[in-house]
Design a protein around this ligand. Structure first.
Ligand SMILES: [Zn+2]
Length: 666
């Protein structure tokens, strides 16, 4: 590197210094010393505040200026909101070191965004301990800060503020965010005689609801943005995620761990109840563990509603409870004890169980026992489980169907019981292999039907080639199976069940999705049952004919041997002859197709009757968006439905809702 000459060096230094001089103080441009905010007093105000601690008023600049700040601060002597400096908490780029009175009357007359932020940060101040002055012979009722619902739940009206200087009440959020006039905004409300009605009316008004929403949103935004430690929060969240992942992995491998560790896991994962939701539902199911002790799983389900957040359904696993007495009475006792232990009220409960008779039983089942104590603990069955039972009912409804499923099982046993046969099958059938049937898992029926339906040709060829393999003994060849498969009725039943199970499979998947509601459930169930009709029979026959072509057999229904009724001597002429149906197609249609339809219909209507009842009472609530442009007649009808619902949800002196309030809200 070449060394600079002295003159050159000095020249460069001068340029450098000149540049530095030019930029001097540039940083200070970002740090403003002068907090000159329109309509607000200067920093002196703050210094006064700090000395006196009492909140002081920021005098508005123009119009009806209020100079009574001294008076206000003296009358707010027992103000229980500690005055805070807004500069410490304000998220605005220019911190405003001012305090605005908690008395709504004394707010500046034009509220800018900055002032609104400060007021929101300070929050509403509800004066309670004060010798309220009289007005019209009455005093301000402090109880109006709370609103008691029909179901004895108390709701805090955090938006209601009392102005000491004017002896009247204001709506905090409307005064802050709403532009329209309401009784509670310009002058405040002081008619203590009618205050409850006025407040009810106000809090139902759209303007108030909008203002309330903007207030809450602003609160959240401030808390979210400003919280200085948002980066800390991110770190914390990452940490939580990490440990959740660790826990999940541990749980995944826990099946390989010893029983003590497993039990410890279970007891640790059973959660302590921390939710504050009033209403909840319990889901219980019993199963026997390996040491033959009946264990009841208990799950608590509730809805979490928070302002400005999505409504969420939560389920908490409460643990396994050993049960010694499994009939309904014993179980009810166990459940009630458990609820008491957790401090949950029976009157706020709903129930959901599976189809076990000790649970759903009409006379001695748990649901009945609990309903006797609280008729509002509505019981809803597990729909997927019920659907499974509908399939099981239909699977034993006719001799054709029984024959069909037993043949499916026989085909599975045929291949699986010999490794030679299994090897032959594996060689030709690549996609699905045959599956066994299970009586408890209805999905096993789908698994068993699919391979045969889609690979009938391949499976049949294998059965045939094994039967014709003369190098094997007759036991191995088991020729009977091939003969049984050559049956057109078997193919028809295969086509029917393929359709039925597909439909049920769709319904079942839908039923398990979390955002599914009652009316949708009922619709899916109806669709699942009614999709097979008279015309459906022809399409089934067509499909079966194609299958018959695949395995090269004549597509005709044969008269199967059936049990003939004994010929009795008739005493009277009006007793018709009880003759079996001669036409094979009609016989199949009546005894198999219709039989499946009938069984499914009866089974669904019987098993889902309770669901229909519950749905009928709540149905109108699922279409709230349709209530927008309400005609008079629809209004009357809606009011009637609300009233019906109130009756439905009442027991003794307790009621969960108030029909008129619900109607107003809708
Ligand atoms: Zn309001």
């Amino acid at each position: 590197r070449k060394k600079l000459s002295g003159a050159e060096y000095r020249k460069r230094k001068a340029i450098k210094e000149a540049n530095l001089k030019k930029q001097a103080g540039a940083l200070k441009k970002f740090l403003r010393r002068d907090y000159k905010i329109k309509n607000l007093k200067s920093r002196a105000c703050l210094e006064d505040e700090e000395a006196t601690v009492a909140p002081k008023v920021v005098a508005p600049g123009e119009g009806e200026c209020r100079s009574d700040s001294e008076e206000s601060s003296s009358s707010c002597g027992n103000d229980n909101v500690s005055s805070r400096t807004a500069s410490a908490a304000s998220p605005s780029p220019t911190p405003i070191p001012c305090i605005i009175s908690s008395d709504a009357v004394l707010w500046p007359c034009s509220i800018t965004d900055n002032i609104r932020q400060i007021i929101v940060e300070q929050g509403p101040n509800q004066v309670k301990d004060l010798n309220f002055p009289q007005h019209g012979g009455r005093w301000f009722p402090v109880s109006s800060y709370m609103w008691r619902l029909r179901n004895s739940e108390e709701v805090h009206r955090e938006w209601l503020v009392y102005s000491v200087s004017k002896n009247s009440v204001f709506c905090f959020c409307c005064k802050l965010c709403s532009t329209c006039d309401s009784l509670l905004i310009p002058e405040g409300y002081a008619n203590w005689k009618h205050i409850h009605t006025a407040l009810r009316q106000h809090e139902m008004s759209t303007n108030h609801l909008d203002a309330y929403k903007s207030w809450i949103e602003l609160c959240h935004r401030l808390r979210f943005n400003k919280t200085i430690d948002s980066s800390h929060q991110r770190i914390l969240q990452a940490e939580t995620r990490h440990w959740n992942d660790v826990l999940q992995r541990l749980l995944a491998v826990s099946t390989y761990l010893g029983k003590t560790i497993q039990n410890e896991f279970i007891s640790l994962s059973s959660s302590k109840l921390t939710h504050k939701a009033k209403y909840y539902s319990i889901i219980c199911d019993c199963t026997r563990d390996i040491s033959y002790i009946e264990q009841m799983t208990m799950i608590n389900r509730f809805v979490k509603c928070e302002a400005c957040q999505q409504v969420k359904i939560h389920e908490h696993f409460l643990g396994f409870i050993p049960v010694t007495d499994s009939p309904g009475f014993g179980l009810t006792e166990v459940i009630l004890d458990q609820l008491k232990e957790m401090g949950l009220q029976l009157k706020d409960m709903g129930q959901g169980y599976d189809n076990g008779s000790n649970m759903k039983g009409k006379y001695a089942g748990v649901q009945k026992q609990i309903l006797e104590k609280n008729p509002r603990a509505l019981f809803v069955l597990c729909s997927s489980h019920s659907l499974n039972l509908v399939v099981s009912d239909a699977a034993v409804c006719s001799r054709h169907v029984v024959f069909f499923f037993s043949l499916l099982q026989e085909i599975y046993v045929f291949f699986s019981s010999s490794s030679y046969r299994w090897a032959v099958l594996k060689e030709h059938v690549s996609n699905f292999t045959v599956k066994p049937l299970s009586t408890t898992r209805w999905e096993s029926r789908v698994d068993a039907v699919h391979p045969i339906m889609y690979q009938l040709g391949e499976v049949y060829d294998d059965v045939l080639s094994i039967a014709n393999d003369t190098s094997k003994d007759l036991m191995t060849r088991h020729e009977a199976v091939a003969g049984k498969m050559l049956d057109f009725q078997f193919l028809c039943t295969l086509a029917i069940w393929h359709k039925v199970l597909n439909q049920v499979n769709i319904a079942n998947k839908l039923l398990q999705s979390p955002d599914f509601d009652l009316p949708a459930t009922i619709k899916v169930l109806d669709d699942a049952v009614t999709f097979l009709s008279d015309e459906g029979f022809q399409s089934v026959i067509e499909e079966a004919k194609q299958l018959a072509q695949v395995i090269g057999m004549p597509p005709e229904l044969k008269q199967t041997s059936q049990i003939r009724p004994r010929h009795k001597k008739k005493q009277f002429d009006y007793e018709a002859e009880d003759e079996p149906i001669q036409d094979p197609e009609l016989d199949y249609k009546v005894n198999c197709f219709y039989s499946i339809l009938d069984t499914a219909h009866t089974s669904v209507s019987e098993r889902f009757q309770q669901l229909h009842e519950v749905c009928q009472s709540f149905h109108f609530l699922y279409d709230i968006s349709g209530l927008n442009n309400l005609s008079a007649t629809v209004g009357v009808e809606l009011l009637k439905k609300c009233k019906d619902l109130q009756v439905y949800l009442s027991h003794g002196n307790n009621a969960d809702i108030d029909a008129l309030e619900l109607f107003d809200e809708l």
